[in-house]
Write a protein that binds this ligand. Structure first.
Ligand code: ZN
Ligand code: ZN
Length: 356
């Protein structure tokens, strides 16, 4: 944690930020270790403060030894931070613009008109994108819990079961296997509904010969995993097999070739152009992947808009999909860490398509 605090302070100096108010929960956890649901951080070159209310004082002291714990009556009492910096003779306060409401901004501005407020975007997130080895271990552990849960649920995946039953069984196995919570609602989308990339499980009964896409993850030590597998219940039709093979080739193509130094949009483009060449370019309506860590969607963004360069120790998904309205969809998603020699796959579940 001390090292993370040093890193953020160096970045603050480089960007002329003298006081930084951190309100996003994942960033608070990352920088301080404090996991309480109420509180905020203030970091200056000299001070590191954690403001929280009565309920969390003891927890904050234990979890965040690098921070001085300050009691506030309400966790949205950002005035306390403004008062503190005024006392220190500072007059500019930086906020996380993606995590601060207009109401909070107006209140702060109204009660401290002399303080200049500047906004920062992805300031902590850009540091979080490079994982420490310990974080890789936590995410790999989450991925293993998910692998095992899927293996335990697959025998139940037979014609006649509903999407909801599949998601319930999976959640039970995830919890039993040590997942602290669900990183996101489990997606079970079958038949024509598999064309919905984010089709949350419904009452639909899964029939023989249908596709079923399952997208889920686990949480270990606060870190998430994310994985998708698509199956067909019984012998596949030719088109199902054809599209499955294309998507699988897309995953393998990216997994084999991605290296540090490549731009996110060019990695996305590699698979996108392959699908276009095969006539399915318009059926891949989302990005190739996203970073995973304390949050299930974080930097880097592997999409046609992604300008960042990939670096070693980034963790992200490779998840191409082909979706055809009224027919169905197929997505395969692996979680990977970028090593000097290329991608190491953290999700170990097999990629067999046909069940039963
Ligand atoms: Zn996913
Ligand atoms: Zn994903």
């Amino acid at each position: 944690m001390d090292q993370r605090l040093n890193t953020i302070r160096r970045k603050m100096i480089d960007n002329n930020v003298e006081a930084f108010l951190i309100t996003h929960r994942s960033n608070i956890i990352y920088l301080s270790g404090f996991t309480g649901t109420s509180g905020f951080l203030l970091v200056t070159s000299m001070d590191a403060l954690l403001f929280t209310d009565f309920r969390y004082l003891e927890q904050a002291g234990e979890q965040a030894p690098a921070f001085e714990v300050m009691r506030v009556e309400s966790s949205a009492n950002y005035s306390a931070a403004a008062q503190f910096i005024s006392k220190k003779g500072l007059n500019t306060l930086a906020l996380e613009e993606a995590h601060f409401s207009l109401r909070e901004y107006n209140q702060l501005k109204g009660s401290h008109p002399r303080i200049k407020i500047v906004s920062l975007y992805n300031f902590v997130e850009e540091i979080r994108v490079i994982k420490e080895e310990k974080e890789v271990g936590f995410i790999a552990a989450a991925a293993r819990i998910a692998d095992q849960a899927l293996q335990n649920v697959l025998p139940l995946l037979k014609p006649g079961i509903s999407e909801l039953e599949v998601s319930y069984e999976l959640e039970y196995q995830l919890r039993k296997g040590g997942s602290e919570k669900l990183p996101f609602e489990i997606i079970v989308a079958s038949g024509e509904r598999s064309a919905l990339p984010h089709g949350v499980a419904g009452k639909r009964i899964i029939n023989a010969g249908e596709l079923v896409t399952i997208d889920f993850g686990a949480v270990y030590s606060g870190y998430c995993s994310d994985m998708t597998r698509t199956f067909v219940l019984g012998a596949p039709h030719q088109k199902q097999q054809e599209i499955y093979d294309l998507v699988l080739q897309g995953v393998e193509m990216a997994t084999r070739t991605v290296r540090a130094g490549q731009r996110c949009d060019s990695v996305d483009g590699l698979v996108r152009q392959f699908f276009e060449k095969e006539g399915y370019g318009a059926c891949f309506g989302h990005g190739l992947g996203h970073g995973v860590g304390l949050e299930v969607h974080e930097l880097p963004t592997l999409s046609p808009k992604g300008q960042e360069l990939l670096e070693e120790m980034m963790i992200f998904t490779i998840e191409p999909g082909i979706y055809i309205g009224g027919w169905g969809g197929i997505r395969i998603e692996d979680l990977v860490v970028l090593r000097p020699e290329g991608l190491q796959i953290l999700t170990e579940s097999g990629k067999e398509f046909v069940l039963g």
